[in-house]
Design a protein around this ligand. Structure first.
Ligand SMILES: [Fe+2]
Length: 220
């Protein structure tokens, strides 16, 4: 437990993937170091904001505003990378059509293949960001989102299930920056998706019956 009043996160070393197919160790190492940077910057920024507020420094000035606004970028950069790396592993097959997980995706996307097509197409959008499949805990419905940078497009309280990084740093070392590079990367990402982890996330999300934006409803 942290004894300081500001963030003190640690790099979640256990989430670092190994032995992926089509995503080299060198790429993952470099990408991982960027994740470490987010953890460090979350801690640093959080401390700086705390100290400004506590000591009454820089308040109502542009530097304080910039520190505060940047928190969303750094926090989401850390968290999205943990979801991303935490569900990458080689050799775990896609769920079969009749599996509970595939049917769960089919319920909200028409079919499992349709989810994959939509998810991939969103990932090919121009610009840097993420694609997420998240669940609205109030309806249990799954929906795909584009997230610009790390913080623009995340919906509060929705639960991330599948999280794909499509910043160029996620693939340029292996696939280059030419047209079509991202498409090939997305195929590799999907081949390395740890469906066992997705199933665990889905099961936990489905158990979630609390959506604090409406506490007038009786929670079972
Ligand atoms: Fe990244």
């Amino acid at each position: 437990m942290s004894t300081v009043p500001y963030a003190n996160y640690e790099v979640k070393k256990n989430l670092k993937p190994k032995g992926l197919v089509g995503l080299s160790e060198k790429l993952i190492d470099q990408h991982w170091s960027l994740y470490e940077g987010y953890v460090n910057n979350v801690n640093l920024l959080d401390k700086m904001v705390w100290e400004c507020l506590q000591e009454g420094r820089l308040l109502q000035t542009p530097p304080f505003s910039e520190l505060e606004r940047r928190l969303g970028f750094e926090y989401n950069g850390m968290i999205l990378h943990e979801y991303y790396f935490g569900a990458l592993a080689a050799g775990i097959p896609e769920p079969g059509k009749s599996s509970k997980l595939a049917q769960r995706f089919a319920k909200d996307f028409g079919s499992f293949e349709n989810w994959k097509r939509q998810f991939s197409e969103i990932g090919k959008m121009r610009g840097i960001g993420w694609v997420t499949t998240t669940m609205d805990p109030s309806t249990q419905r799954l929906i795909n989102f584009w997230v610009t940078d790390h913080q623009l497009g995340n919906v509060s309280s929705f639960i991330p299930i599948v999280v794909m990084d499509v910043w160029e740093h996620a693939y340029i070392l292996d696939y280059g920056a030419k047209a079509g590079s991202r498409t090939t990367y997305i195929e590799s990402y999907l081949q390395n998706l740890n469906w066992e982890m997705i199933e665990k996330r889905m099961a936990l999300a489905d158990q979630s019956k609390v959506w604090p934006r409406d506490l007038t409803t009786t929670v079972a």
